[in-house]
Design a protein around this ligand. Structure first.
Ligand code: ADP
Ligand code: MG
Length: 397
């Protein structure tokens, strides 16, 4: 029994798909090499001599109208199946395709790794639908929204956000999206070595705001099995993005993903506050110097005054260094809050930024890696269930 069925007369793509599947995915491919698609599920299953594959791939050289007709029939009769269309579609067409029930679009030029990521995602969606709806206990059935904030720049926000996303991706593959809300000078793309085709600018357009499937088409897939929505490359492009658009964006992503990780600009700009209001978890970062610690204290006070209090707070002391002349008690007294995780200054972390490979992506032995894993664990449902009452434990530098 085949897990994947390809419908396409294009032999070259058939070979490429088979190679991609056999090099990393469970299950096999069956092909129906015609540009005329079966009338409906019964006809298809008769041709295949089996029932219920998981993913149907409408390959190259099938006319659009035929693909859409087929998708609509399947969407009504067998909504559990994942339909993927292989096409270089125009953005306008994308909307029609998604509405017809096509789950994902794959470029005919995609390489094997991209094909595997997309098929993996389609299989996961099949599995989820066949398991029935799951309601995570936290955040009313939505994903956790984890924002990384600090009043000062250069303290490690992007470093933490990218590592949290990669670390969570290892716990929940393809269920994590990282969003760069440092809209003007964001460097998530560089921190993850991505060259995104679409950015936050596309993700807040009316078409995406109205339809989460369109929004998802604007996300960039990272090879470690997470999604990214990067900041626009030109700071001017970010000027017109409003806090309302950002709120809507996060709301949509939290409906689609188990984890939404948000990197932010320093300080508390309106966009950051709008994001914070959507957060279930706020990670506060400070470096180990007095100005940065004082900044954090004022930041926490401002929020108290504004009455913005996300459910869970995690205070992270980054670039901790026993030689900085401060100890944890000094730090806590300055911030006015307990430190939850302390991450040592590390050469491996500094190097990872320049290479665009977060340290959690490679299984390096490094004290900072250990602390970053502790931070990631705080968002693991299993850990949270166990430690509900002890969310803030004392750390030692
Ligand atoms: N624990 C650490 N040890 C060493 N260098 C670090 C550590 N955390 C962050 N850095 C480095 O500090 C610089 C600023 O970090 P970044 O995450 O870009 O800060 P922010 O996003 O707050 O401006 C980067 O070059 C990064 O590699
Ligand atoms: Mg940053």
């Amino acid at each position: 029994m085949s897990r994947f069925v390809l419908l396409s007369p294009n032999g070259e793509f058939d070979q490429k798909l088979r190679a991609a599947v056999s090099n990393g995915l469970r299950g096999s491919v069956q092909t129906i090499a015609s540009d005329i698609l079966p009338a409906g599920p019964q006809e298809l299953f008769a041709l295949l001599n089996q029932e219920q594959p998981e993913v149907l791939i409408i390959g190259p050289d099938v006319p659009y109208e035929e693909a859409l007709r087929f998708a609509k029939v399947f969407d009504v009769q067998l909504p559990g199946l994942s339909l993927v269309l292989v096409s270089d579609v125009e953005p306008d067409f994308l909307l029609y395709a998604m509405r017809a029930g096509i789950r994902d679009i794959l470029s005919p030029h995609a390489d094997a790794a991209e094909i595997r990521v997309l098929l993996e995602r389609a299989c996961q969606s099949f599995a989820t639908r066949h398991r029935g709806p799951e309601t995570p206990a936290e955040n009313n059935g939505r994903g956790l929204v984890i924002g990384v904030f600090s009043p000062k720049g250069g303290v490690g926000k992007t470093t933490l956000a990218t590592n949290i996303a990669i670390g969570l991706g290892q716990i929940a593959p393809m269920s994590v999206v990282i969003v760069d809300l440092d809209l003007q000078f964001g460097d998530v793309a560089s921190g993850l070595y991505l060259n995104p085709e679409h950015t936050v600018t596309d993700a807040v357009t009316p078409a995406a705001a109205q339809d989460s499937l369109v929004l998802k088409a604007f996300l960039t897939v990272h090879p470690a099995g997470i999604y990214a929505l990067c900041a626009p490359p030109n700071p001017v492009d970010a000027d017109h993005i409003t806090p309302e658009q950002v709120s809507r964006l996060i709301e949509q992503l939290a409906q689609e993903f188990q984890y939404v990780v948000i990197d932010t600009a320093p300080g508390m700009p309106e966009i950051g506050l709008a994001a914070m209001e959507q957060c279930t978890d706020v990670v506060w970062v400070s470096a180990m110097d007095v100005p940065s610690l004082r900044g954090l204290r004022s930041g926490l006070e401002v929020l108290r005054q504004l009455d913005i209090m996300p459910e869970s707070r995690h205070v992270v002391l980054n670039m901790a260094d026993a030689k900085a002349g401060l100890n944890v008690r000094d730090v806590e007294a300055t911030i006015g809050a307990p430190v939850d995780v302390s991450i040592p200054r590390s050469r491996a972390v500094a190097l990872s930024t320049n290479r665009g490979i977060p340290v959690l992506q490679e299984s390096k032995k490094d004290p900072a890696v250990k602390s970053l894993r502790q931070l990631v664990e705080r968002f693991n449902p299993a850990w949270r269930a166990q430690t509900q009452r002890k969310l803030h434990r004392r750390v030692v530098i």
